[in-house]
Design a protein around this ligand. Structure first.
Ligand code: FES
Length: 89
């Protein structure tokens, strides 16, 4: 699974780095629990600004892209749920 986390100023102000921390914790949980999760590898890329904040005047930050699908106003909980749902056995 490929994840892109925005680390531009708009997104970091609204918590994208704490989402990144949570993903690191989740990676550990997944690798230790092969019974319940497919360990297909989480590839995480941190990007300076994904550009979405410049395309609109609406509030989109923080932005996380999961397998090409952008999630706007992302929360740790929503991101974790999405990842877990995709890799749960
Ligand atoms: S700072 Fe995150 S999309 Fe621009």
């Amino acid at each position: 699974m490929k994840l892109k986390i925005c680390a531009g100023s708009n997104c970091t102000l609204l918590g994208s780095l704490s989402i990144l921390d949570q993903i690191d914790d989740l990676k550990e949980i997944i690798s230790e629990d092969a019974e319940n999760y497919r360990d297909e590898g989480l590839e995480v890329e941190v990007i300076k600004c994904l550009g979405y904040c410049k395309e609109t005047n609406e509030q989109v930050a923080p932005v996380v892209v999961i397998d090409g699908e952008p999630m706007f106003n992302a929360t740790s909980q929503a991101v974790m749920e999405k990842i877990v749902n995709k890799i749960r056995k």
